[in-house]
Design a protein around this ligand. Sequence first.
Ligand code: DGL
Length: 278
Amino acid sequence: MMKENLNRVKKESKVIGIFDSGCGGLTVLRAVQKKYPHDSYVYVGDLARLPYGTKSPETVKNYCLSLTRLLQNYPLKALVIACNTASTYGAEAVRHLCHPSVPVIEMITPAARAAVAATHNAHISVIATQGTVSNKAYSRAIHSIAPQLTVTETACQVLVALAEEGWVKDTIAQDTVKRYLDPIFDTSNAPDTLILGCTHFPLFEDVLRGYVGEGVTIINSGEAVAAQLSLPSEAQGDGLTQFLVTDTPALFLKKAYRFLGRDILPDCVSYVDIADYT
Ligand code: DGL
């Protein structure tokens, strides 16, 4: 199995490794690929063990380590942890596991920086998974840059489920957004900046924009990663992407378009038994 996967990218000298719990990280791949279209990518979606957002810190960290070991089968140019929850609990351990020459990119710091730069009224709202919020990952990252800012973090687990289901534009999405955000935005001290601190939430961008109006800056954490990413050298290849998934590829192919905005050819997706890397 691994041999086939390795064969597919062997022509390329180095690849950008990128992992997520499933399809959500495709929103990050999409943003990074837009900036570096000639690089080759190996994307791992840990379908067998998703969601990460409701798992314990130790479990998420161990999942991150196994996905990193899997990606270490490839000559890595950089490693992107394309999941906010995984970035929260796994970034430090992943950095330890990687060779110092491989930059490890996580999701929290770039979005925090972008939000600090955007806010004028010193109040930032963060929507994320239960795991990311309970760690206060965004509050800590923002306060390390600007301690005076107010940060309101809200766990929005139902939005993760709606994105998986594809219910991202209809009334159920609008009602859910309103229910989560009214206590923060329907107040006299509403934030002027909203961080989408979960890979699934860019899918709600229209509904969220409709809810918050034009006066609020929406920070897409995947786009913030891409904007602040600076790779050592620009590749000149044809931008090959290999997808590895830890459960049936059909599950991945069914949802991928929604997150990536383009179709993936079935023969670019292979199953990997993650038990070999735990
Ligand atoms: N990728 C996760 C994140 O950005 C959301 C999905 C999950 O819980 O696995 O936090």
